[in-house]
Design a protein around this ligand. Structure first.
Ligand code: ZN
Ligand code: ZN
Length: 204
């Protein structure tokens, strides 16, 4: 029964099912696991980082969708980010562009919101819905991240764009969000990123 022995010796779990990235489904490149998932759930580090970016503001930004393992902060997932750079977000307010230097974290988000309120003439009691339009780091793909909980991801994209020296000049006019809820004003604004070198963006 030597044939049986041969079959048993060839039983190697993954031999016939090569691992592939669960995000891009490619088998090529270095597949890693940044969580507690089994080896069958590996992915490219870049794919995971971009996945998390697109899911900014949700649980999937912070933890693995399969095993719930908490990830390192998203900002650390992009090794090419040079945080010494001072990123800028561009607000389009009634046709005028305003370049606003931004910093990360909750404090940075509060400062940014204060700038937004000032530029739009919004009172403290008015609710502001914000959308960030940005390029997924490492790609040419543009996404809209909705909500203030996406600020850190948007900040990171701005910082990476700034570090890369990329120019993002395209600015679209705001489309009013419109929805009135509970008497609170809902406004949708789009924020665009570009490198920190542009000045004179305010054209009356
Ligand atoms: Zn991949
Ligand atoms: Zn996992």
């Amino acid at each position: 029964m030597s044939g049986v022995t041969m079959i048993i010796n060839n039983l190697s779990v993954d031999d016939n099912t090569p691992a592939c990235c669960w995000i891009c489904l490619s088998e090529h490149g270095t597949l890693t696991s940044q969580c507690k998932c089994p080896a069958s759930h590996t992915a490219h580090a870049e794919c995971v980082a971009q996945w998390r970016f697109v899911r900014a503001g949700t649980e999937e930004e912070r933890s693995c969708r399969f095993c719930s393992h908490a990830y390192t902060p998203l900002v650390d997932a992009f090794p090419h980010l040079e945080r010494a750079q001072a990123p800028v977000m561009t607000l389009n307010v009634h046709g005028s562009k305003h370049a606003i230097p931004v910093v990360g974290g909750e404090w940075g988000r509060m400062l940014f919101e204060a700038d937004v309120r000032r530029l739009y003439g919004l009172g403290d009691e008015e609710e502001v819905d914000i959308s960030f339009s940005c390029v997924v780091p490492g790609t040419d793909m543009k996404v809209i991240l909705s909500g203030w909980q996406c600020y850190d991801a948007a900040y990171m994209a701005a910082a990476i764009a700034c570090a890369a020296g990329s120019k993002e000049d395209k600015v679209e006019e705001d489309k009013a969000g419109g929805a009135q809820q509970g008497g609170l004003l809902q406004r949708v604004m789009r924020t665009f990123f570009q490198s920190g070198d542009d000045q004179q963006l305010h054209n009356n």
